[in-house]
Design a protein around this ligand. Structure first.
Ligand code: HEC
Ligand code: HEC
Length: 326
């Protein structure tokens, strides 16, 4: 490209200037990129985060296998059908997640949380082993239990294995430790005004947090006539249905459909008749006799949580699941 004679020829100079400016831009760009990488050196990495014996990396695989991203977001990635899960662990703690995930068709009530805290791994990870201390430390759990506990949830029941629940907790523990620079922003809603978020009756004020649900459930046993109905409610509230199906399907524990009156094969090779006494013992001390094909030490012992009336009501509920014959 040559200059025409009659024109003021500074094309070369202009081109040189442009190249210098571009070079400067490139330097600034590379410099800023390097600085942005420096910052992320303090980021937590998934291989350093675990819950009990479960690694966050395993949890990420479970998260993908169940396509949680099809409904939830993590740091904004995913779908917006369910709530964002990035910082959930920090606000609800591991025990609430352990109660919620396997029973996602229901929001866990206080009793289910109390039962989870009997698990030493969960209590240790949470740093508190009483319900009162836990709810204080994890306000997100307190809010969910008191506003929604016992009500049904829109999250599908995904029937996880118990190790998958532990792995998901490890993964959500990792995401809640990520430095997201203040993301997500706080939503601008003034309180929860939808019908599912109604405060539970009789639970108001801070003092109510310490009120055990056992007392309320105990009076329900005396008030309503049908123990099987009361038992069904207790079984839901105490999170039994997270591990036991009322029909025939195998979840974490044996199914209850057709259980009453049947011969149960035990791990030691003997059999036992599933009568009132056996069922009550299985609830108080699950490890006294282990059902064949199931691991010991998974079911919490409910001896300290349920009184005799409540156990009888749950047994009546299991009895009512016998089917049409009786
Ligand atoms: C088909 C959609 C769908 C899938 C798949 C799904 N969820 Fe959900 N999830 C929801 C919805 C909807 C809610 C909110 C429920 C409500 O408000 O009643 C929810 C709620 C939750 C909550 C409670 C959130 C809170 O703030 O209280 C957790 C934890 C959760 N889901 C975890 C998971 C995990 C982990 C997976 C994958 C293993 C998963 N979800 C898969 C739809 C889904
Ligand atoms: C974390 C999972 C889990 C929870 C929660 C749980 N269970 Fe279990 N349950 C199991 C497992 C696993 C077994 C089988 C091993 C054994 O015999 O202890 C079992 C066994 C039983 C049995 C004996 C069943 C049979 O076929 O002989 C009964 C009855 C029972 N549970 C009742 C309850 C009740 C009532 C609750 C709630 C108050 C409850 N479970 C909560 C996991 C659970």
């Amino acid at each position: 490209m040559s200059c025409a004679d009659d024109k003021n020829c500074n094309e070369t100079r202009t081109r040189r200037k442009a190249i210098v400016v571009l070079g400067l831009m490139l330097l600034i760009f590379l410099g800023l990129s390097a600085v942005s990488f420096l910052d992320s050196r303090n980021q937590v990495t998934p291989d350093t985060v675990s819950f009990d014996t479960h690694m966050a990396v395993q949890g990420k695989r479970v998260f993908q296998a169940y396509n949680c991203m099809g409904c939830h977001t993590i740091v904004g990635n995913g779908a917006y059908f369910g709530p964002d899960l990035t910082h959930l662990y920090a606000s609800t703690g591991p025990a609430w997640l352990a109660a919620f995930l396997p029973s996602a068709a229901n929001w866990p009530a206080e009793a289910a949380l109390r039962a989870q805290l009997l698990n030493p791994a969960l209590a240790a990870d949470a740093g508190s082993n009483t319900l009162e201390a836990y709810l204080k430390k994890y306000p997100g759990a307190a809010e969910r239990v008191h506003r929604r506990g016992g009500q049904s949830s829109h999250m599908p029941n995904l029937a996880f294995r118990s190790d998958e629940v532990g792995q998901l907790i490890a993964f959500l523990k990792y995401t809640s430790q990520m430095n997201t620079e203040g993301w997500p922003p706080k939503p601008k809603v003034d309180g929860l005004s939808f019908p599912q978020a109604r405060q539970r009756v009789g639970l108001t004020g801070a003092g109510a947090l310490a009120q055990p649900v056992v007392a309320a459930a105990g009076s329900a046993v005396n008030e309503t006539g049908d123990p099987a109905t009361v038992g069904e409610k207790l079984a839901k509230d105490y999170g039994c249905m997270a591990c036991h199906s009322s029909a025939q399907e195998r979840l974490v524990g044996p199914p209850w459909g057709q259980l009453y009156g049947s011969q149960v094969s035990l791990a030691d090779g003997t059999t036992v008749l599933a009568d009132d006494a056996y069922l009550a013992e299985s609830i108080r001390q699950p490890d006294a006799r282990i059902v064949a094909g199931y691991p010991p030490g998974i079911m919490p012992a409910y001896a300290a949580l349920l009184n005799d009336d409540e156990i009888n009501a749950i047994v009546a509920y299991v009895r009512s699941l016998q089917g049409e014959q009786k």
